[in-house]
Design a protein around this ligand. Structure first.
Ligand code: UT7
Length: 328
């Protein structure tokens, strides 16, 4: 086996057309635009309104765009990893539905559940498949229809989330690509951030539906504290391991959960604000999709050889960072 690096050769995305503004949310819950913008940085988010369409619909669109960008036919993909907490069904995997629809006939496909860190965990695992020589081309997707599990009568969560998908194609390359990653997990037995029912402990019943247990529950303050520490710590960890200073990094690509968490991470890394990808204002927190959406939005500004640090924190609890050199 040769020692190969996994490079990102294509990027794609999908955003639903419907824009839900902070103003609209004011008509559902006791909140206001000023509070939402100052506490989170969010002005609007996209919502997939079409009934009968789920996460796979958005993931498929993002995947097709990423394959076209890479110039890779779907039947050359060896594996599809789809990170999500809002699969179309508990099973089969949403990745399997996408595999069929895009015609990736030679790929095996599975979902990965690591909430807001899902895309990073999927990307590093896809990279390892390529580095090992077992796969030549891997499609990595982050997609979430958060509106399916958001309670639009709970002001502490409904203002935060949006729907979207992002995807990248990984291929073997000689230079650059995914160089290092650090990932962490700390099982959240206190249930700081979770969906209480619908799994095997509390299958759906009349009672679980009545109690709104199929919606996200979050202890915002506790998660905020953990996320602020975790995202900055893991980003510094990957910088130290690779002897990177803030000046060496062309772009920080942070998970978009809260602008204050992003700012604190950039400050601790010693990175100027102009080098931080921030699009939370337009899309809110799209869970597994935030990081590939940033790569898509900034793709025309990225230059070959740019050092990128990708960093995320989310439910699980999970957090991690990836150091990669842009190779396209
Ligand atoms: O991506 C996955 C990981 N998730 C995260 O990283 C999210 C982490 N958490 C957060 O981003 C923040 O904790 C929130 C944005 C969720 C909340 O912001 P906060 O500054 O931590 O507010 P808080 O929970 O401390 O609440 C402050 C006040 C409270 O009122 P009192 O008790 O001070 O009277 C809340 O009831 O703000 C109130 N509040 C609201 N007011 C207007 C909470 N939500 C709202 C709202 N509109 N939507």
């Amino acid at each position: 086996m040769t020692s190969k690096r996994a490079i990102i050769s294509g990027v794609g995305h999908y955003l639903p057309e419907y824009i839900m503004t902070n103003k609209e949310l004011e008509s559902y819950v006791d909140t206001n635009d000023e509070w939402i913008r100052s506490r989170t940085g969010i002005s609007e988010r996209r919502i997939l309104k079409d009934s009968g369409k789920g996460t796979s619909f958005m993931a498929e669109k993002a995947a097709i765009e990423a394959l076209a960008d890479a110039g890779v036919p779907a039947n050359e993909i060896d594996a599809i990893i789809l990170a999500t907490v809002t699969p179309d069904y508990m099973f089969p995997a949403t990745a399997a539905l996408v595999q069929k629809r895009i015609g990736a006939d030679n790929a095996y496909a599975f979902d990965l559940s690591a909430a807001c860190s899902g895309f990073l965990f999927a990307l590093s695992n896809g990279a390892m498949m390529i580095e090992s020589g077992r796969a030549k081309k891997v499609l990595v997707i982050g997609a979430d229809k958060m509106s399916a599990i958001v309670d639009f009568t709970d002001r502490t969560t409904c203002i935060l989330f949006g729907d979207a998908a992002g995807a990248v194609v990984l291929e073997a390359g000689e230079e650059g690509g995914i160089i290092d990653f650090v990932h962490h997990t700390e099982g959240d037995e206190q249930c700081m951030l979770y969906q209480p029912a619908g799994g095997s402990i509390r299958p759906a019943t009349e009672e679980t539906v009545k109690n709104k247990e199929h919606y996200i529950r979050q202890d915002g303050r506790s998660v905020f504290k953990k996320a602020t520490e975790g995202m900055a710590d893991v980003s510094l960890e990957i910088m130290e391991r690779n002897n990177l200073s803030g000046d060496d990094i062309a772009w920080l690509v942070p998970h978009q959960a809260n602008l204050r968490i992003i700012d604190a991470t950039a400050r601790r890394m010693g990175i100027d604000k102009e080098k931080v990808m921030i699009n939370i204002g337009k899309y809110g927190n799209t869970t597994a999709a935030t990081i590939p959406l940033c790569l898509y939005d900034w793709k025309n500004q990225l230059k070959k050889g740019d050092n990128l640090v990708l960093s995320a924190f989310g439910g699980g609890l999970t957090w991690g960072a990836i150091y990669l050199k842009w190779s396209k």
